[in-house]
Ligand binder design. Structure first.
Ligand SMILES: NC(=O)c1ccc[n+]([C@@H]2O[C@H](COP(=O)([O-])OP(=O)(O)OC[C@H]3O[C@@H](n4cnc5c(N)ncnc54)[C@H](OP(=O)(O)O)[C@@H]3O)[C@@H](O)[C@H]2O)c1
Length: 306
């Protein structure tokens, strides 16, 4: 198949490219073709700008993962704009290209994140049927991840009259080469790990390999469409996550991180750590998907005991 991937140079994208490149012809959107060439090999086509395309004719599938990292820099107004624009502009352009196509790709998989569920403090997990309408009257600034994702999804779903659209609300992707776990490993290995804030906030994680398998599952199951939670079926509290990671690394986790300290250090972005969601992947399970790493201890053992 001919597949167009945005974000193919990222933490998730690189793993996807590795898996898909065996049997498919890949075109990767990247702002740094030279670097991507070195990292991903020279057997892909690299595209610097979607403006170079007039339609998506010729592609079978589009996978959209690009976006300014959400947790790398303090959320200044300028940075928030970058986080939004990078996702919204690329997704809107892709949807326009679907509409401009005579033979559009048969599938559009587009990223989103569980931040769309806001700060869900209940330990009863939310699934895809959770009613997001009550967020509509909340100040967008208080609900930044929700606002980013809701527009991101809306723009992708606008292509649904031309193709099968699958949106993945991605959780905390666990892998050692990127994402949150990579950032946590050093402090935990040094014995500086501990619960964050109350420790009661949900952490809905997914093993990197299961997320890639989920994308392949959506590609190979034409009956799948709409919203899917990209999380393992066993979300945990921050307290449980901290204990499991400490145990997997055989390190103590005595040092709590008060929410007030994080707030001073990170500003508004601290809500990514002090707030959370318990999310359940009801729809992907109902479609027959089986997780290789359904529990956190299995996922951490798989990643850390190599
Ligand atoms: N990792 C997670 O735990 C997680 C959780 C929830 C949601 N997600 C979402 O899943 C997607 C992929 O995640 P990831 O962890 O693989 O992300 P990542 O490693 O940060 O990679 C993101 C990709 O987006 C492109 N990009 C970055 N900034 C951009 C900008 N300002 N404008 C245009 N393109 C830009 C980069 O491509 P070039 O530099 O080559 O152009 C990069 O390959 C992201 O949209 C992320 O929000 C990830």
């Amino acid at each position: 198949m001919k597949i167009l991937i945005t974000g193919g140079t990222g933490f998730i994208g690189k793993q996807l490219v590795q898996v898909l490149s065996a049997d498919n012809e890949l075109t990767l959107l990247t702002r740094s073709a030279g670097k991507a060439h070195l990292e991903l090999g020279n057997h892909h086509r690299f595209l610097g700008n979607l403006g170079a395309l007039t339609s998506l004719d010729g592609f079978d599938v589009v996978i959209n993962l690009a976006g300014e990292p959400i947790a790398d820099k303090r959320w200044s107004l300028e940075q928030k704009q970058k986080i939004c624009d990078s996702r919204w502009d690329i997704t809107a352009r892709l949807t326009d290209l679907f509409h401009a196509s005579e033979n559009p790709p048969h599938l559009f998989i587009s990223g989103s994140a569980i931040g769309i569920y806001g700060d869900n403090a209940q330990s009863e997990p939310v699934d895809e049927s959770f009613n997001l309408a009550h967020f509509d009257n909340t100040d967008a600034n208080e609900m930044f991840p929700h606002s980013v994702c809701s527009r991101w999804e809306e723009l992708a779903l606008a292509a649904a009259d031309k193709t099968r659209v699958c949106i993945i609300r991605i959780g905390l992707v666990l892998g050692c080469e990127g994402g949150a776990l990579k950032k946590m490993l050093l402090p935990f290995k040094l014995g500086g790990g501990g619960i964050i804030g109350s420790g009661e906030q949900g952490m809905s994680w997914i093993h990197q390999q299961d997320l890639i398998s989920m994308i392949i599952h959506l590609m190979t199951h034409p009956e799948c469409q709409g919203i899917y939670n990209g999380t393992a079926p066993a979300p945990v509290s921050n307290k449980q996550f901290t204990q499991s990671l400490g145990q997997a690394l055989h390190r103590p986790t005595f040092l709590p991180m008060p929410a007030s300290v994080l707030n001073i250090a990170l500003g508004e972005m601290s809500q990514l750590l002090t707030q959370g969601q318990y999310v359940y992947p009801k729809r992907i399970l109902a479609s027959g998907f089986e997780f290789s790493y359904p529990t956190l201890d299995e996922a951490l053992a798989g990643l850390l005991q190599r």
